[in-house]
Design a protein around this ligand. Structure first.
Ligand SMILES: [Zn+2]
Length: 92
């Protein structure tokens, strides 16, 4: 029983990084959060990875927070997307 519990709770690094991504999307169950916390508590590489993705996330959030497309670019982009949408509908 103890082996089963440990096998179920223990993640490898690949699964841990996948769960970190899922957690950032807000899609992590309670048990997966526990499994991830356990793994991060014993794996220094995943702790480092978690710190790096957090910093990258904060950096990209700040980069895009005040960026806006110019109005003329927005209208051109909308026109192109509308044309693409129409051609996709016509070809379907
Ligand atoms: Zn790890």
């Amino acid at each position: 029983m103890k082996k089963f519990i440990m096998k179920y709770l223990m993640l490898n690094c690949k699964d841990a990084t996948f769960l970190m991504s899922k957690r950032d999307e807000g899609k992590l169950s309670m048990i997966d959060r526990m499994r991830l916390s356990l793994h991060i508590s014993i794996c220094h590489l995943c702790r480092k990875f978690e710190k790096q993705i957090t910093e990258i996330g904060l950096g990209t959030k700040n980069v895009h927070s005040d960026f806006q497309l110019p109005v003329d670019v927005k209208s051109k982009l909308k026109k192109v997307l509308d044309e693409m949408g129409n051609s996709l509908v016509e070809n379907f």
